[in-house]
Design a protein around this ligand. Structure first.
Ligand SMILES: [Zn+2]
Length: 98
């Protein structure tokens, strides 16, 4: 297939059946050697995509770590209260209030 216009040389694996990919039909925007890549698959585009992904992953990891720490904190607090014979700290506080 050659209609004169450069086409992206990347093989894409869609959400369809099977494992065979089909070639990306986007017009070529960036040439590397004798190969053309579309805006999405160009090496510079891939780098940008990976950078964005890395930032997203870092954000997500921070969020998960925080959630883990919060759960751990809550579990430790409950364990310590049990050690001290406090069943439910909120109930204990409520009792003190007139
Ligand atoms: Zn492409």
């Amino acid at each position: 297939m050659n209609d004169g216009k450069p086409r992206c040389c990347k093989t894409v694996y869609g959400s369809g059946m099977g494992f065979r990919g089909s070639s990306c039909s986007n017009p070529g925007k960036e040439q590397v050697g004798d190969k053309w890549f579309c805006r999405i698959h160009s090496p510079s585009g891939e780098i940008k995509r990976k950078e964005r992904q890395a930032i997203r992953d870092a954000d997500l990891n921070t969020k998960w770590e925080r959630e883990r720490a919060e759960r751990r904190y809550a579990a430790d607090a409950v364990a310590r209260c049990r050690e001290l014979g406090i069943v439910n700290p909120l109930l204990e506080i409520a009792k003190v209030q007139p």
